[in-house]
Design a protein around this ligand. Structure first.
Ligand SMILES: [Fe+2]
Ligand SMILES: [Fe+2]
Length: 495
């Protein structure tokens, strides 16, 4: 038994738990319940045959935990790494009276080389029962068991269950560590970039595209943003010439999810919004790269080609059946993202109609990301203040004015990644913005130290900090600086 598992938590009646959702407490209780119920059902398969009433009852009881959890959190994931249980990435401390149960369960799973279970939609008792029989019937010591299960599930048309192979090393992002929350955000970010590449390649070569993977990733992105918005926004502010297209898609998804969260879109729909953001420009894959990347001014006929990307995008989405219930929302965002609030954009509509909410959100996210980052034909990005000013100017014409307000508030006047000069003559990079509108100009800043010919990360300061004697703020921002002038790669400092 590893030392981790020996750390018991005090026993308590789970039903006596507070109803309020403490973000750590809730998964621990639900996770413990799930592990217990699921293991009971698992053991049940060795005692009863599949038509036995007791097994039915056990499956139903287990689903009383699974289904509500999946509805509220989008997915239920259980990972077992060397006898440690992670329930939606939160480690479940083992209770004294559950010690044997946890240990047995983990041994049974490890024998079968299954280290992960995931449910992504509500299940019928019959489906769960079949799955558990499949699991318990696996042969021992077969490393590819997870592939067999996956295949069986697919052949039965079950998309809401996924299993993974046993891993013996803990991924960093499984350990909830408040000091290091950029880790999971970073992983989600870079995985998303690779995924967009894969999908773009897949469409070009007409291969089957793994939409489920994209959905999972966007669910992870939603959780990451809810947990720690600034890490994700920080990643989105990184500027990269080489991978502009892919970065752009992921950034739009991040800004869209973050904005969606602030206007109260439910979690489940937020991941759809992420998907819509990720693929809003999918039509561009059919546009010749010489036009897309042209540095000189575009000719009128080239503009016409560029402007066809929303319609081409919609065609691509319609052709792909894999999107499922998502496709209507995706079509909204893809078609509407250049239409503009007053419908003067493109494609031209034959009849006036309201923009879709997804279209409006993605349009803002798209505009901000397109201007904040360098493009082949524009060497330096606009500074954010200017873009936010442009957004305000265009509110009501290009953008929904209510959304513009929320967006500006979210980005802040000194967005993450902004290089600033302080009244103490120190220079720094904004790493975390301040929620309180009265303190919006007082973010947390990482000071820059100049040594050996380059700027390095120095200490972190909070601009809300006051001097005890004078009762004035210790530091204040004097102005923003252009990192290009200082040969500074902000991305390196942020990651
Ligand atoms: Fe676009
Ligand atoms: Fe775009």
């Amino acid at each position: 038994m590893s030392g981790e598992m020996a750390g018991f938590v005090k026993k308590g009646d789970p039903s006596g738990a507070p109803q309020t959702r403490d973000h750590e407490y809730f998964p621990i209780i639900q996770g413990t319940k799930f592990i217990s119920q699921f293991y009971r059902l698992f053991k049940g398969t060795t005692l009863y045959d599949r038509n036995n009433k007791t097994i039915d009852l056990m499956a139903r009881e287990c689903l009383q935990v699974v289904n509500p959890y999946v509805v509220s959190e989008n997915h239920l994931n259980l990972k077992i790494v060397r006898e440690n249980f992670f329930f939606n990435s939160i480690r479940i401390p083992v209770q004294a009276d559950k010690y044997a149960l946890f240990k047995n369960f983990s041994q049974e799973m490890t024998k079968r080389w299954i280290g992960e279970l995931e449910f992504t939609a509500e299940l019928e008792p019959k489906t769960l029962k079949e799955f558990v029989f499949l699991l318990s019937g696996l042969e021992e010591n077969n490393e590819s068991n997870y592939l067999y299960i996956q295949q069986q599930l697919e052949s039965q048309g079950i998309q809401s269950i996924r299993v993974g192979k046993t891993e013996f090393f803990q991924e960093k992002n499984l350990m909830p560590n408040h000091q290091d929350q950029t880790q999971p955000a970073k992983a989600v970010y870079f995985r998303s970039i690779n995924l967009v590449k894969e999908v773009a390649e897949g469409i070009k070569t007409q291969k089957v595209i793994n939409i489920r993977k994209a959905k999972h990733l966007m669910q992870d992105a939603v959780s990451s943003i809810i947990r720690d918005e600034s890490s994700m926004l920080g990643l989105a502010s990184i500027k990269n010439y080489d991978e502009y297209t892919f970065n752009h898609c992921v950034n739009v998804a991040i800004y869209a999810i973050a904005l969606g969260q602030r206007i109260g879109i439910p979690k489940m729909i937020l991941s759809h919004l992420g998907m819509a953001g990720l693929f809003h420009d999918i039509g561009k894959i059919k546009i010749p790269p010489e036009i897309l990347n042209k540095k000189e001014k575009l000719l009128p006929e080239e503009w016409t080609v560029i402007r066809s990307h929303p319609v081409i995008g919609v065609e691509i989405i319609i052709q792909m059946k894999e999107w499922g219930e998502l496709s209507t929302r995706m079509i909204g965002a893809t078609f509407d993202h250049h239409l503009k609030y007053d419908l003067t954009g493109y494609p031209k509509l034959s009849r006036k109609r309201d923009l879709t909410l997804f279209g409006k959100v993605v349009a803002l996210a798209d505009f901000y990301d397109a201007l904040v980052r360098p493009r082949v034909y524009r060497k330096f990005p606009y500074v954010s203040e200017k873009i936010l000013g442009l957004m305000l100017e265009h509110a009501g014409k290009d953008f929904d004015p209510a959304l513009v307000k929320v967006f500006i508030n979210m980005i802040g006047i000194f967005p993450i990644g902004t290089m600033v000069l302080l009244n103490t003559n120190e220079m720094g990079i904004v790493l975390q913005t301040e929620e309180d509108p009265d303190l919006i100009d007082r973010p947390r800043v990482c000071l820059l130290q100049y040594s050996d010919g380059e700027y390095r990360k120095g200490k972190m300061v909070d601009l809300r900090e006051m001097d005890d004697e004078s009762r004035t703020f210790k530091r204040a921002i004097v102005k923003t600086l252009d990192p290009n002038e200082y040969n500074l790669n902000v991305a390196e400092l942020l990651i």
